[in-house]
Structures are given as structure tokens and as C-alpha cells.
Ligand binder design. Structure first.
Ligand code: SF4
Length: 216
């Protein structure tokens, strides 16, 4: 029967999500658990005022919760380089603008149960925006990205590269094999690895853990 075990799944997600939130709070983050992507969107809209500028790097999760449309409706200026019509020069400028906006809105490739954020990046723009920036940073992270430890988190982050390569119709060894082979391909999109052991200093960092599967 459809949905027969959904309640048990939701309870398990809540227990795990709230436990991660507690760990994050001890590492300098503002953190909260929400059950659904609709609640995640509401939480994001509560944190970002109308008219603010928002930098959104490469993230499927933020798009999946419908934040791009809602922020635009509220008069927010969104900087995002996922726009195929940008020239290389325009794209370079937008990458810089993302990191200089009033808010930096992103997800994370993985988060350990004890609250460490792990991300792998091709250009390095997303991980640099996470490690350093003047503006508040907001992470939205699906419960599917919680891992037991750092090794699992790094492995998960590399695995996330595969659907991203396929999304872009790219060709890397992993897009053929279905798993990472630590390639030396010119198309490799895993060039920078960032582990945030605690919230970055000098800015507000807010994490929303969502009790649904989101992103890659
Ligand atoms: S095979 Fe290359 S591009 Fe694919 S996940 Fe591994 S390092 Fe990244």
C-alpha cells in the first residue's frame, strides 16, 4: 500500500535530522530541522528579506525546493551562473557576484552525523563562497546527504559528481562506469575538496536540514 511506511520513515528522518542540528549548534551554526521541502522553502524565505541580492552557486537542492522562483517573485536579485546564454566573460562576472551578494544560498554535497560539511567543486567558486564571504550563508541539506563519517562523506561527494556530469551531458570516466575512478580527465569536475569542520568565522551560517531526499 502506498505510503504505508512513510510515517516511520518520517520519524526516523526527524530523529536523525534533529541530532545533526544539535551537533551543528555546537559548531557555531544556527541550525534547524524541517520535515519537507515546502517547509525548507518557507524557512529560506524567512531568512532572506524581499529585495536582497542572493548568490546561488551550482546547487540542485535550492532549485528543487522552488527557491529561485519565489525569491525572484519577492524582488530579490539572483546571481547564478547556470545560465547557458552567458558569455564566458559574463559567466566569470556572475561567479564573482554570487560570492559578493547579500546572501549566499547553497546546499552541501554531504554532512557527517557530527556536523562536518563536505563539498567537492570543479571551479572552486562554491567552496570558496562557503569558506569565506562577507554575507550570511544559508545551507539547505536533504536527509539523504547525512553520512556516518568523513570517509563516507567524501565518497558521497564524489558520487554526487556523476549525475552532475550526466546533467551537463559531459563525459568523464565516472559517467561511463557509474562510480568514481579518481580520473585525470580534462573534464574532471572534482578539483577542490572542502571540509568545514565548524562554521566559518565572521559571518552568520544557517543550516536547514530537511527530512526529504534532495539534490544529488
Ligand atoms: S571519475 Fe573524475 S569526475 Fe568522476 S567523480 Fe571521480 S574524480 Fe570526479
Amino acid at each position: 500500500m502506498a505510503g504505508q511506511f512513510d510515517e516511520a520513515r518520517a520519524k526516523a528522518s526527524k530523529v536523525l535530522g534533529e541530532s545533526v542540528v544539535k551537533e551543528l549548534a555546537g559548531k557555531g551554526y544556527e541550525a534547524e530541522y524541517v520535515a519537507s521541502k515546502e517547509e525548507a522553502l518557507a524557512a529560506v524565505l524567512k531568512l532572506i528579506p524581499s529585495g536582497a541580492s542572493v548568490g546561488v552557486p551550482g546547487t540542485v537542492t535550492i532549485r528543487e525546493i522552488g527557491a529561485m522562483e519565489k525569491l525572484a517573485e519577492r524582488g530579490c536579485k539572483i546571481y547564478q551562473h547556470w545560465n547557458p546564454s552567458l558569455t564566458p566573460a559574463e559567466r566569470g562576472q556572475v561567479l564573482a557576484d554570487e560570492n559578493a551578494a547579500d546572501y549566499f544560498l547553497t546546499s552541501s554535497n554531504a554532512i557527517t552525523r557530527d556536523g562536518k560539511l563536505v563539498n567537492i567543486d570543479g571551479n572552486g567558486n562554491r567552496v570558496s563562497g562557503m569558506a569565506w564571504g562577507r554575507s550570511p550563508i544559508i545551507y539547505v541539506i536533504g536527509i539523504n546527504k547525512v553520512t556516518a563519517n568523513l570517509d563516507e562523506a567524501i565518497s558521497r561527494a564524489r558520487g554526487a559528481a556523476i549525475p552532475n556530469v550526466l546533467r551537463l551531458n559531459g563525459s568523464t570516466p565516472c559517467s561511463q562506469a557509474g562510480h568514481c575512478v579518481d580520473c585525470n580527465s580534462p573534464a574532471r569536475i572534482c578539483n577542490a575538496l572542502l571540509i568545514m569542520e565548524r562554521a566559518a568565522g565572521g559571518r552568520k551560517s544557517h543550516v536547514i536540514i530537511v527530512g526529504e531526499n534532495l539534490g544529488f
